[in-house]
Design a binder for this molecule. Structure first.
Ligand code: DQQ
Length: 478
């Protein structure tokens, strides 16, 4: 792309973003493309002091099709700038029907993307390099660098390369499913990113537990363990296996879901220069295809989160602290017995951060109602169910509109606790919740009324003590 063309593209992106200014459901501080469709995050990499985020993108509509790689960059993980599209399908090439998901590596100083090309039904692995600081990408002439899967795996599900380097050798995982068996990830090695040798499956799951096909593997060291993250297709759930990796063999010790029962899918991780393991996922729409087309955009990236391990080897999740830069109006409430609902008047709106800790008391449920209209006709409830030990997002009255999902979403807290801390972000139609740094739920809500902005604390069937609530209105990043 010439300089003039880049400038024109960036101006048009800014213009396209502005057209959504009055869209109640469009997030203000979650990253999403200027318009149209996105799904998986791709190729996240830190380069020259900036975070680059690529993403699956259809620039021609708000539905999955003609998949390109979009591109954005950030200094602080909070504010993002658009960059021109990084990859587009090449007519007649192995990616002529789509540039599917993949990763980015530093190949001796040359930023390199490894991704899956789609041509007809065939999924093959391709690479592209940038010689101008990640702005434009040149595809390798010998693409694909890996065309066929090994025997015994589903030939048409062979995708989403995850590549890393260890002791001078490149390793790659590809996701697939065993013929007649469960989802699997396949381990390869290469001296140069071009010639790949198949080693063995790194892990294969049981169909009943983790489905028939896996997608989007991530494999990395965390503390003194190794973690394998996979996404299950078509069930849309994300699983993490924690274990040991010795002599090229992975032995999982524990297994759990990463984001229970929600919109969060196909996550991608990055170890940043500070040594943190960051993770982003795609938060899919929970409204009909017709509504997505009418909106002109679909899909959004989760906020960046940090993964760590607790003493028992369980995964911990925190939102990155950089997000504090968005905080504006603030309310703090301490030590309040909640029996009747309590409206939090000082902090309302479509863009909020809340941190609260409840102690059980006699109540069966304690939590917060968000995106609430003054008469309560619309509201979304995030609560702890003390009887079942669950964190629940009740979307039953989240919208008066048809065509949007109102299914409740929930996950079980590890240990039944008397006190539970919840940290959440609301951003138009996006809601991300972390409880006890352990259970995460990301979902979507579509309130129809402009006055559905309220925040209310509540307990049911008894009293519970709010130990602390801190709430902030948040700024837009655009
Ligand atoms: N999305 C991509 C695939 C991946 C799937 C295609 C996961 O590469 O397996 O857009 O959402």
């Amino acid at each position: 792309m010439t300089e003039t063309k880049t400038k024109e593209w960036l101006e048009s992106a800014a213009r396209r973003r502005r057209t959504f200014a009055s869209d109640l459901h469009r997030p203000r501080y979650h990253f999403l493309p200027p318009d149209n469709w996105t799904n998986d995050p791709n190729g996240v990499i830190e380069w020259g002091g900036r975070y680059h985020l690529f993403y699956q993108h259809n620039p021609h509509g708000s539905f999955h099709g003609t998949i390109h790689w979009g591109h954005a960059v950030s200094y602080d993980l909070v504010h993002w700038e658009d960059l021109p599209l990084a990859l587009e399908p090449t007519p007649g090439g192995p990616d002529e029907d789509g540039c599917f998901s993949g990763c980015a590596v530093d190949n001796g100083g040359i930023p390199t993307l490894i991704y899956t090309g789609l041509a007809g039904d065939a999924q093959t692995q391709c690479i592209a390099e940038s010689r101008d600081g990640l702005l434009t990408w040149e595809k390798y002439r010998g693409n694909p660098v890996l065309a066929t899967p090994p025997e015994g795996v589903r030939p048409l599900d062979f995708r989403d390369p995850w590549v890393w380097r260890e002791e001078g050798v490149w390793y790659m995982l590809l996701a697939s499913g065993r013929l007649g068996g469960g989802g699997t990830v396949l381990l390869y090695r290469s001296p140069d990113l071009l010639r790949w040798e198949y080693l063995r499956p790194l892990l294969t799951g049981q169909v009943e537990e983790t489905g028939e096909v896996w997608e989007c593997p991530n494999f990395f060291r965390l503390g003194d363990k190794h973690v394998l993250v996979i996404s299950v297709w078509p069930r849309h759930s994300v699983h993490a296996f924690v274990g040991s990796f010795v002599d090229g063999h992975f032995a999982p010790e524990t297994h759990g879901t990463l984001d229970a029962d929600g919109s969060f899918y196909a996550p991608l991780t990055l170890e940043d220069t500070g040594g943190r393991r960051l993770i982003w996922g795609w938060l899919d729409e929970q409204r009909s295809g017709a509504l997505q087309r009418a909106a002109g955009w679909a899909g959004v990236m989760s906020l960046p989160r940090v993964l760590s391990l607790d003493e028992g080897g369980g995964l911990r999740t925190d939102f990155v602290p950089e997000l504090r830069a968005l905080r504006q109006g603030h309310v703090r409430v301490e030590n309040l017995d909640v029996l009747e609902p309590v409206d939090i008047k000082g902090v309302q709106g479509p863009a909020l951060e809340l941190r609260f800790t409840f102690r059980r008391g006699s109540a069966s449920r304690s939590g917060v109602r968000l995106a609430r209209s003054p008469d309560g006709a619309e509201e979304t409830c995030v609560y702890i169910d003390w009887l079942t030990g669950q964190l629940v997002i009740d979307r039953g009255r989240s919208s008066l509109s048809e065509g949007v999902s109102k299914r409740a979403q929930s996950g079980v807290l590890n240990a039944p606790a008397e006190t539970v801390e919840v940290h959440l972000y609301l951003d138009g139609s996006v809601l991300e919740v972390v409880a006890e740094r352990q259970l995460t739920l990301g979902t979507r809500i579509y309130p129809s009324r402009e006055d559905s902005l309220g925040v209310q604390l509540f307990s049911e069937e008894g009293v519970s003590r709010l130990k602390l609530l801190e709430a902030w209105t948040l700024a837009s990043i655009w």
